[in-house]
Write a protein that binds this ligand. Structure first.
Ligand code: 5GP
Ligand code: MG
Length: 472
């Protein structure tokens, strides 16, 4: 998962990109980078590095990134190791010395095959990320085409998830793959065009939200031009399959993505969740921060008080970043600690947005028992995550997904819960306004793309259960 941001035609382009990336920091904390284009000089500047946005960029770096157009990226590795050369945007020279920068959010599903083909043809890859495939495909197509045509040609070869920003010679090309897996929106700020993964970045800059880049659409915005152009590079051939997990967990609650207000959507998931599974509890306690919004919906629908009885330490990175399982458990303890007086002798609804490995629930529920909770009714505002994601969400292998190995009843018994209920897929889809436009593969095993590269391996792993379906 990653965050991307771009701005066309502003004297402070890189600085605004820096702020935009700040607003998108939740989408990736591993590395950050900005490429700016200086029209007077006719050249690009790049600065990127490992770590958080404020650690990577300093005043001198922003001064060096002069120019009127810029794109930026924050990375959360899903393919390729966390190392400096895998930081984005990628910046290369193509035909006639023209510079091209590219920032990508999503995962290509035919990356290994394309990379093999390109390498057999003599391409030399500089990174281990799938995003570099675009660069090579575009560079090759340029021998007979314009850049715009070359980008479209590249898109006809790749499969999978890509929200893309490409910058070349003062023009930004903003694209979403035909399924529209991940979000990308555009806004207006004075005479400038702004693009961002999530609208919370526009709020920070006080830019006026215009609309989303549509699945299968390329928007071309050029420095000095008041309007931008829209090109449909794929219309109506592939069903829209936006990632529902963006709404469940990933996006910021103050964003608008996929035409949904994320905050309202999560509250609605909470309301549907408790309609499905009322219990006799006297207060609602969210797992901070991700469980807060669904828990508000639970409390309002159930008519019971809402209490912040689990306290989050805000100076700890996300649990997933820890490498080993033992450290991960430790980091959950560092991250979340209960308020004893709110737990003792109480019957509780405890709410989180999702259970992945089960680390959070395992370590913290035992503690609630230890502190004397009378009853723990665990509520999860998404269905059990049973299948890996190939489109950009960093779930572990199926063996590490707790729901792949154990049923809700087994998990409930193992953890000594009084009850456990996951929001049903129907309940989840009832929480969005266009339910037929989502990918729910991580819950259902119904993959919207063919996935040639994992098909054999997957079918081995899942053959016994026979419940995985690939389209195409
Ligand atoms: P578990 O502890 O079960 O492995 O993970 C569940 C917790 O991780 C939930 O609180 C959920 O909010 C959070 N979570 C879910 N998906 C992701 C993800 O892709 N990345 C990170 N960092 N956290 C996640
Ligand atoms: Mg969480």
């Amino acid at each position: 998962m990653c965050g991307i941001f771009g701005i066309v035609g502003h004297e402070d382009a890189a600085r605004l990109t820096y702020f935009g990336l700040y607003a998108l920091q939740h989408r990736g904390q591993e590395s950050a980078g900005i490429v700016s284009w200086n029209g007077r000089e006719g050249s690009c500047h790049l600065h990127s590095g490992m770590g958080l946005v404020p650690d990577v960029f300093h005043e001198e770096d922003l001064k060096h990134l002069d120019g009127e157009t810029a794109i930026g990226h924050v990375r959360y590795s899903t393919t390729g190791k966390p190392q400096p050369r895998n930081a984005q945007p990628l910046l290369v020279r193509v035909r006639n010395g023209v510079q091209l920068a590219l920032a990508h959010n999503g995962n290509l599903t035919n990356a290994a095959e394309l990379r093999r083909e390109l390498e057999n043809d003599g391409c030399i890859f500089q990174t281990t990320i799938d995003s570099e495939i675009f660069v090579h495909l575009i560079a090759r197509a340029l021998s007979t085409r314009t850049l715009e045509e070359a980008v479209i040609e590249a898109c006809s070869k790749v499969e999978g998830a890509y929200s893309l920003l490409i910058l070349s010679e003062g023009v930004i090309y903003a694209l979403r793959d035909p399924h529209g897996f991940h979000p990308l929106s555009m806004a207006r700020m004075g005479d400038s065009w702004v693009f961002a993964s999530e609208s919370c970045a526009f709020d920070l800059l006080e830019a006026d939200y215009v609309r989303e880049v549509e699945p299968g659409e390329m928007v071309v915005a050029e420095q000095g031009y008041p309007t931008c152009r829209s090109v449909r590079f794929c219309r109506g051939e592939k069903p829209v399959r936006q990632c529902i997990f963006e709404l469940v967990y990933f996006a910021r609650p103050d964003s608008r993505i996929f035409g949904e207000d994320v905050y309202q959507c999560r509250k609605c998931m909470g309301r549907n969740l408790i309609r499905e599974s009322m219990a006799d509890a006297e207060c609602v306690v969210p797992f901070p921060d991700s469980g807060i919004y669904a828990a508000l919906g639970v409390a309002q629908e159930a008519g019971v008080p809402y209490e912040h009885a689990l306290i989050r330490n805000h100076y700890v990175g996300r649990t997933f970043i820890q490498p080993s399982q033992s450290m991960r458990q430790f980091s959950v303890r560092v991250k979340i600690n209960p308020v004893r007086s709110m737990i003792e002798k109480k019957s509780l609804y405890v709410v989180d947005d999702s259970i992945v490995r089960g680390t959070t629930i395992r370590t913290r529920v035992a503690k609630l028992r230890e502190l004397g909770a009378r009853a723990v009714h665990f509520r999860v505002s998404s269905p059990p995550i049973k299948y890996p994601c190939f489109y950009g969400i960093d779930f572990p292998s199926p063996n590490d997904l707790i729901a792949t190995k154990y049923s809700p009843e087994q998990i409930c018994a193992m953890l000594g819960l009084d009850s456990l209920h996951y929001l049903t897929k129907e309940g989840l889809l009832a929480s969005v306004s266009q339910p037929d436009r989502y990918c729910t593969a991580c819950f259902s095993g119904e993959y919207p793309t063919p996935l040639p590269e994992v098909r054999d391996k997957m079918s081995l792993e899942y053959r016994r259960r026979g419940d995985v379906r690939f389209s195409g």
